[in-house]
Design a protein around this ligand. Sequence first.
Ligand code: URA
Length: 570
Amino acid sequence: MDYQCLCNCQECTLKGNKVVLPYVPLDPIAKVLLVGQAPGKTELVTGVPFTGPAGKMLYACLMGAGLDKRRLYITNLVSCKPPEDKKGNDLPPTPREIMNCNPRLRQEILDIKPTIIVALGGPALYELTGQDKIQTARGGMYPLRDKYQYDCSVLAVLHPSYVMRQRQWVETTIKDLKEVGKFLLNGAPPKEQDYEFLVDPPLPMLEEYLSRPGILAFDTETTGLNTRLDQVIGMSFSNSYTSAAAILLVPDDPRAALVKRVLEDPSILKATQNGSFDCAILHSSLGIDVQGMSYDTRLAEQLMNSDMPTTLDHLRAVYTKIKPYKPSKSEMKTITHWGKQRMLEYANWDAVCTYQVMVEQKKVLTDGQLHLLETLLLPLVPALNSMSEKGVLVDINYLAGRYAANIPRLKSLEEDIQQRLGINPHSPKQVKELFQLSASDRPTLEYYIERGDPRAENMQLVLECRDLKKESGTYLKGLFDRLEDGYVHTSYLPDGTGTGRLSSRDPNLQNIPKHLRRLYIAEPGCYLVSGDYKQLELWVGSVIAPCEILHQDLLNGVDVHSLVAAEIKD
Ligand code: URA
């Protein structure tokens, strides 16, 4: 097919020498189509995309990911070379140029019928998916835009020319390209008619389903996200790659007893996506004490890719070929009004998706990661849930006294500032304008205060007023609103931070200003203990490196942090 004649060349500003597109491999390993930006100088000579310096980088990254560039389909957004900037670098094609060449690209996609498209760089990603932030999107899968009238996932990867200039991205790009491997190994994905979905099956049918062998993935449908106050209204289960069963659950439902028995049976191994939530709400809403937790897709992903999203929808796109099924956020809020059929079908997709993600993740999890998951993270979940259920005791008298003292002081400060300086101290814009600064955050104001700026006193007033408002609103009122019988039940998150540290939410119990820590008190007869590792990462580093001198210094009690800080300051 002469693809080039499909382009709108008459009206195109490029109209240059065309590179023959697409590159069709003689011996393809699969229908993988790489889409770059535009040909460069070398490509004009060879007539083949990605044969210049960027092509070399692409070749190297693909090799790193176990892929042979010569066995993949390759094309570009436009088939002519764009002009260069003053430094001799090719300019990216303009949206109009991309549009003029688009009928060709569309036809190529329809003819090749790729199982996956790799968008190389921001312009290709935007054109193919509408995603406009390559740095945050990279490594993720996105559906091909409707206008291509072809159903396919698009993998976002940094452009090889960029990686060539910023070599620190080579490893990331290799890792991202490894996603392609999953499309080569898994064979044809199941079709929708291959799925066996039981929707609200009667007791005997559910019993038969739950007695099938295999790890049981499960998920809860709930009235909301508060594990203490919301209710479980439905459940879904999956114990194979293409089957699931979902039920509505009311307390006197005869199937409730079966569900309890299965979930509490430690010999039936279970898998979830974010099981911490499911287990907590099952316990508080139905008194079910889940046993036999053997896998959590979210915790596993956190172990493998701590800097990537861990939502089920993201994992679906990365690990499975299930089509996007999650409704919009606003639709999700109305789940209780969806009607039984729709809600349970959705629940079935969640369960089977969790099952498939588990199977696929296990192919890439290292033994060490699996060991960590099984011996450390999974046992931590029930411990954290019971801590959360028990709650932290709050000194209500101190809280009330402090709040009562703060409010009049805050009011009078606000009025004072309004009268004297004519601004609302909580408006960053007004504060910036008053002090003629480009920012109004704390470090900026403190910078001027510390240097004895003539406006320091007023800046200090603004900071004091802001602190009081934050203390009264976030720390005192926020805490008060969450109190239940004098306790606050924060949610502890084993995977809430990219570094693997434990965090907590609603309320966040980290980073509480020192003077407010006494809001939290020990039970009578108990103590609150505060502890920290000293220079832990240096100890670990000195062993892994290994670095004998550092290790000896640490053994001798040298404060390495202070030494380094002093050197830098000098
Ligand atoms: N060469 C191509 O063929 N495409 C690019 O995007 C860059 C170099």
